[in-house]
Ligand binder design. Sequence first.
Ligand code: FRU
Length: 540
Amino acid sequence: MKTLTYATISFLTFIGMMFSNTACGQTEQPETAFDEALIDQHLEAEVTFTERYRPQFHYTPRINWMNDPNGLVYYEGRYHMFHQYNPFGNRWGYMSWYHAVSDDLVHWEHKPVAIPYGKEEEEAIFSGGAIVDHNNTSGFGDGSRVPIIATYTSHYTREDGSTWQAQSLAYSIDGGETFTKYEGNPVLEFNDPDFRDPNVMWDIQREQWVMVVALPRQYKVQFYASDNLIDWEFLSDFGPAGATGGIWECPDLFPLALDGDPNNIKWVLHVDINPGAIAGGSGSQYFIGDWNGTEFIPDESISGGEIIWADYGTDYYAAISWNNIPEDDGRRLWIGWMNNWNYANDIPTYPWRSAQSIPRSLHLETIEGNIRVTQRPVEELQVLRDTHVGIQNLEISEGDHSLAGEGISGKAYEIIVELEPGDSETAGLRLRAGDGEETLVGYDTVNGTVFVDRTHSGEDDFHENFGQRNDAPARLADGKVKLHIFVDWSSVEVFVNDGENVITNRIFPAPESQDIILYSEGGTANLVSLDFWPLKSIWN
Ligand code: FRU
């Protein structure tokens, strides 16, 4: 999809508007053209949050199309999330920044659209970041509330249909409730029609703002510095490097303490790629190195010249991290778009499309001599846990063993499994299993991988390659692998060995497919322990 230009996509969106689609036997709402009066129709829309495939503990907008998380910022005790949004339909188009807030990273309140598509100058509001301007360096503050500044890409369409991209600002002096576009926009232009996704951080050591922004078709990011967020000075380029089989988008640069040691800080540069990722289509890679105030210097001794993937599934893209998390919390938190440009516009959900991943904390750890970013589900999610069921030391002989009799089944749940693959070839769990449907999460002894196989997971006729298996390297420690699994009405996220690797995939099983079945093939495995919690919905 994203090998097409945005102008082509807009055209396809327009064609889509003319023919209404059917999904799950329902007629999709007819997509409309720009209509200022309808920008906040989502707040009144009648939705139940029990629609077929509606995620129960993953964030979704009430209605309409969503893509990348944008402007993740913590401000006065609340987590703000903005995201790419089409106020007028269930496919990509009329990009605007939607706004949601949370006290706990789990429950979200939907707010009015924060930065709408600009009809006058045909300005789509593409992805970017947000920061809190404590010292009012921008001068946008009026002395009352500390300003929040959004840095975004203006994607302009000229009269002849051609497009160009530049970096712009919008500011809020009412705690994120409303935003005003800076009258001097854009603040950063470059003679390239693809130049986007500005993400800004405060460089504490150099006491200046640093922007990282992508040159997608050159497989590069650029760094710029500023004292006031308005005037930007070019610092350096990074790339091409790592995976370059597709365009580069949505960069993020942040420090992490190696093995928790605050005196050993390394820098992580995260850059997404589409297509050409490990699981096909869109995906997430990162580099580890140093930031010297001017340049990002990758540490080749860490990567060994290999590409490092942040997620081995098909559906984790455009992740960025929260800015301004308080020091006494100290976590680096991020969230990603659970979709893939291969089929993003066609997944069978209505009246909304796309979900965000669960929020994850990021850590830098030495694992068998290799330094890697590990990811863990945020602990806040534990408030959703319902009654616990546990199993210990169960032999999994060759074949299937349903857990329904133990009260272990469902549509939205969390499972932590410690598995000893023993002499099996593969062993694991059949999830969301039902009439001819199952999503496999298991360990493959032959390849030394954990995999998610959605070949028979449910509805998949909207894209020819949706049915596939994805593998992530996984080591055994004392002969055991640990799987931390989150299953929702239309997704599965697997954290391998406390987040050493992650697989994030969408699935579209029938609501009736609720069985959880232990299985082993080619030998006997041992279930060391299994902990199961149904998860409550975040929407009631
Ligand atoms: C990534 C992306 C960004 C862009 C936005 C437009 O998914 O292509 O590069 O800013 O989506 O919606």
